[in-house]
Design a protein around this ligand. Structure first.
Ligand SMILES: [Zn+2]
Length: 359
């Protein structure tokens, strides 16, 4: 029924035995490059922002209480800096403080917000600003009603809201527009590795690193690394079925990671490194299931394949500095020791399938 497994299992087994290198011989460092200040001139900000936004964000103004458009917003989604798009809060952090401004009990982790002492207007307060662009957001108080005890009191004008539903609908439109385009979300250990490999495969339109399969909306890398969110590090791959296929995508997947180790790839250990396929429909499930069955039947690996097959629910794109990580950081030790061997292996087996621009 479904055409699968045109590849040579023995070749694969051989290659696994001689060159399997899992992701994580060295510890990945938690980095944050969002704290780089954008160097925009005042004239540029004036041009980009509305008069009211400029007053709040650049001149530390305050909007009138109970006037902001996001005050009563209860939709699911992400609150970003209105000036630079830095992701600051999620709907889960918002609470009704009755103070007249949108209020949050915590921020998305990763140093996205900076604080300053503010002694203006005869008061002693803590100002909060966007760490990426320096824009004024509001103030932080220690009178929050939740367990954090914090109240981030933020101007609506400093925020832009992205509804979760809109993001998912945008994906669906792109796929529906062209029936040859398909999307699959794969977890095979560290996403830097998985992304770098698929960037090279002909027929792949885009690859994004992110998080899937957990219970927290828009988690940060730090949160996922701590292992409490339930998310796996994943690559979300949009591909053209006329140039490649789900079978080939999965063939690559089972070539570049070890699907037999529970919650682990090499030295990278934790639930976020589990081997998992998030399928979007019955066809994707059937294809993946058949390949896993074939791998097990032919004993391609010494141990059984334990790759999870889970229905896709949501994908949260990882922080900007994780995207194209290998391409930008080729000389870092982790890239040289862990990612490069995987790419070399991919290039060897799939040498006729590499994008022309990569050769
Ligand atoms: Zn900003």
């Amino acid at each position: 029924m479904i055409q699968i497994f045109s590849f040579n299992c023995r070749l694969l087994l051989f290659l696994f035995l001689i060159s399997f290198t899992a992701c994580g011989q060295s510890n990945k460092k938690i980095e944050n490059s969002d704290s780089t200040l954008l160097n925009k001139s005042d004239a540029e900000w004036k041009q980009q922002l509305s008069k009211e936004q400029y007053y709040v964000l650049r001149q530390k103004g305050t909007e009138a209480p109970f006037s902001g458009k996001l005050l009563l917003n209860k939709d699911k989604g992400i609150y970003k800096c209105a000036a630079c798009g830095n992701e600051l809060f999620t709907d889960e952090m918002k609470f009704d403080s009755h103070c007249g401004w949108p209020s949050f009990d915590r921020e998305i982790a990763g140093g996205k917000i900076k604080t300053h002492e503010d002694n203006s207007l005869g008061m002693h307060r803590t100002e909060i600003i966007c760490a990426k662009c320096g824009g004024h957001l509001g103030h932080l108080f220690d009178d929050g009603p939740t367990e954090t005890g914090k109240r981030y009191c933020v101007n609506s004008l400093s925020l832009e809201f992205q509804r979760l539903q809109d993001v998912q609908e945008k994906d669906a439109v792109l796929i529906n527009k062209n029936s040859n385009i398909d999307t699959i979300t794969l977890g095979g250990g560290c996403f830097w590795c998985v992304e770098a490999v698929y960037e090279m495969l002909d027929g792949v339109k885009t690859v994004e690193s992110g998080y899937s399969g957990g219970k927290v909306v828009n988690p940060s890398y730090k949160e996922v690394c701590m292992g409490n969110t339930g998310h796996a590090e994943v690559a979300q791959i949009i591909f053209d079925n006329q140039k490649t296929s789900l079978e080939e995508i999965l063939k690559v997947f089972f070539t570049v990671h070890d699907p037999t180790t529970y919650n682990r790839q090499g030295a990278d250990e934790g639930e976020q490194y589990r081997s998992v396929i998030f399928y979007r429909n019955q066809k994707q499930y059937d294809v993946a299931k058949s390949i896993i069955d074939e791998l097990n039947k032919n004993k391609v690996y010494p141990d059984p394949v334990i790759t999870q097959l889970n229905p896709f629910k949501a994908f949260y794109k990882a922080e900007d500095y994780h995207q194209d990580y290998y391409a930008i950081n080729k000389n870092k030790p982790y890239c040289k020791m862990v990612i490069q061997p995987k790419l070399e292996k991919f290039e060897k087996i799939f040498k006729n399938r590499i994008k022309k621009s990569q050769k």
